[in-house]
Design a protein around this ligand. Structure first.
Ligand code: G3H
Ligand code: 13P
Ligand code: ZN
Length: 316
């Protein structure tokens, strides 16, 4: 059953976080549904502009509709990840998505507000909810002075003003993470101090943590042992998800870790079976491994086992 992210956030706020997983293809979709059903977790499917281009807009919709039918127990939201204004309108008008992210975080503050406000009006008129972003997500380098480093993070006072003036339903905050497999340098980590200040100013308001892959050392080592060449990869400590959830982080975005699972499975398969060429064989392994990965993430996020509670809350 497709619900809005707002419904999921209401159930989770301050207690646990909902996993928001990016998908691009059939194997990921099946693994994702299986993993979430096995761990009895509500979840968010994220579709990026890149995924829409890669798989085809209608193709991903069809795939998700088919999964909805095959997994009637599942409770999930369908969310546009990092949308621009045009893509947000396309998704709002499609009647398929339950929420969109407008990412105008690269724009100056006032312009970000102006664009986000327009998207919120269009989305709310059709019952969709909107995630917006304030602050510049990206690696905070150790050689950057503290002031400069902080300047890239979300300013808590601005966050309050931004939410009030845009009417957005959740806010992606820059608290030190970055996208991809190469996060942080040296001892840099999550800025819980900033998160605390944002929560103080926006109590009860759902916050979103992008760039939350943990890039497990063991996974990278297996990829490299099977012919890969990924050096200096580093991610978020997944043990910190629980603390972030208490501070209002209700949605945690994970994409890169799933790509690492795909890479490890396929590299190891073809290393160990150089004579094989049936794509379904590594595909079967990937579906299972991806489901196991989702289950593990849901445990770390605290969303595992919460499906019945969420269903009761939304009256289904
Ligand atoms: O934040 C970006 C997501 O990981 C999506 O990546 O644009 O390559 O699909 P993508
Ligand atoms: P990762 O690259 O850490 O998986 O982050 C994904 C993300 O933020 C998608 O919006
Ligand atoms: Zn992101």
């Amino acid at each position: 059953m497709i619900v809005t992210t707002a419904q999921l956030f209401k159930a989770a706020y301050g207690k646990y976080a909902i996993g928001a997983y990016n998908i691009n293809n059939l194997e990921q979709a099946i693994g994702l549904f299986n993993g979430n059903i096995e761990s009895q977790a509500p979840f968010i499917i994220q579709i990026s502009k890149g995924a829409r281009k890669y798989a085809g807009v209608r193709m991903l919709e069809g795939l998700i509709r088919a999964c909805e039918e095959s997994f009637p127990e599942a409770v999930f939201a369908v969310h546009l990840d990092h949308g621009d204004e045009k893509t947000c309108y396309d998704c709002i008008d499609s009647g398929f998505y339950s929420s969109v992210m407008i990412d105008a975080s690269h724009e100056p503050f006032e312009k970000n507000i102006e664009i986000t406000r327009r998207v919120v009006e269009r989305a709310h008129a059709k019952g969709l909810v909107v995630e917006a972003e304030l602050g510049m997500l990206g690696g905070v380098e150790e050689h950057v002075k503290v002031d400069e480093a902080n300047a890239r993070l979300t300013n808590p006072d601005q966050a309050k003003e931004f939410v009030e003036r845009t009417g957005c339903d959740s806010l992606a905050c820059a608290i030190g993470t970055s996208h991809g497999a190469f996060k942080f340098s040296g001892s840099q980590g999550l800025h819980f101090d900033v998160l605390e200040e944002i929560q103080k100013r926006l109590p009860g308001f759902p916050l979103v943590m992008h760039g939350s892959s943990s890039v497990p050392e063991e996974e990278v080592a297996r990829i490299n042992a099977a012919g890969g060449n990924i050096k200096g990869a580093k991610g978020v400590n997944e043990k910190e998800f629980a603390r972030a959830a208490l501070l209002g982080v209700t949605k945690v975005n994970i994409d890169t870790d799933g790509r690492l699972v795909w890479t490890r499975v396929h590299r190891e398969f073809f290393r160990d079976h150089p004579e094989k060429f049936d794509l379904r064989e590594p595909g079967e392994i990937f579906k299972k491994e991806y489901a196991a990965f989702i289950k593990h993430k849901n445990e770390m996020l605290g969303s595992a086992g919460k499906l019945a509670e969420v269903r009761a809350m939304i009256g289904k």
